[in-house]
Write a protein that binds this ligand. Structure first.
Ligand code: HEM
Ligand code: HEM
Length: 180
């Protein structure tokens, strides 16, 4: 039988991406709700490092996902329930998701690069210092980070609405990302 959907690696990476992004959103409220760091209170350090670690790793995850999905291209969607505009919407939505993930990661990194806190990826790999601490630049990139993150949430909402629509139709599209 011809392979219908995505390769196993693509499916695993897709779900790793989805779970990580939900985690980054939910944990960011907890992270920012913690008291500002002082000598006695360093609670913020761990969730910030964790957020940055996961965010930076996601750049590798999307690079790998793009590589495997182009190396083993999934068979085209054959569902007759899909009108041409739906195909276009899905493709455009996927491209915007990739671009917004990248923009969110880059702006988050640039925001944190303008603070006095270093980034040590997974507490092992020290990232080079690319900028001096600068409150204005930190805020500038932090605003971009916030807006790109919310825009990402918007396109992901469209994406998940599409997935729920196909789940109700039971036309095999959701199964493409559930099995391999
Ligand atoms: C933060 C959450 C999510 C992100 C960032 C995300 C991202 C993506 C991306 C970038 C693609 C395109 C893959 C490609 O062809 O290059 C994709 C495909 C897909 N996603 Fe998601 N996804 C998320 C959540 C979900 C959820 C919750 C579901 C199901 C309920 C889902 C179901 C699917 C399906 C079925 C496809 C394949 C569509 C097709 O065959 O054309 N995704 N996702
Ligand atoms: C797709 C990946 C990412 C998502 C969805 C995400 C999401 C978020 C959200 C929702 C916030 C709270 C925004 C606010 O209320 O101000 C936040 C804050 C933050 N994120 Fe991310 N983030 C991602 C990647 C990264 C990366 C790669 C870094 C740095 C290496 C990073 C560093 C930060 C920092 C330092 C904050 C604290 C507030 C600020 O200065 O902007 N994020 N993130």
């Amino acid at each position: 039988m011809q392979k219908q959907g995505y390769s196993r690696t693509a499916v695993i990476l897709h779900w790793l991406l989805a779970v990580s992004i939900f985690f980054l959103f939910i944990s960011s409220w907890w992270m920012l709700g913690l008291p500002l760091p002082s000598k006695e209170m360093q609670f913020r350090a761990f969730p910030f490092q964790l957020h940055k670690n996961i965010g930076i790793t996601l750049v590798l995850v999307i690079a790998l996902l793009l590589y495997v999905r182009f190396k083993h291209r999934p068979a085209p969607v054959t569902s007759t329930a899909m009108k041409p505009w739906m195909h276009k919407l899905a493709t455009v939505d996927h491209i915007i998701i990739y671009l917004l993930i990248l923009a969110t990661c880059v702006s988050g990194y640039l925001s944190s690069a303008h603070t006095r806190w270093d980034t040590v990826v997974w507490w092992v790999l020290e990232m080079p210092r690319i900028a001096e601490a600068n409150e204005d630049m930190n805020e500038f990139y932090s605003d971009i980070h916030l807006w790109t993150a919310w825009a990402l949430l918007g396109v992901v909402a469209v994406h998940i609405s599409g997935a729920i629509y196909h789940a109700f139709l039971n036309d095999g599209i959701v199964r493409r990302m559930m099995r391999w």
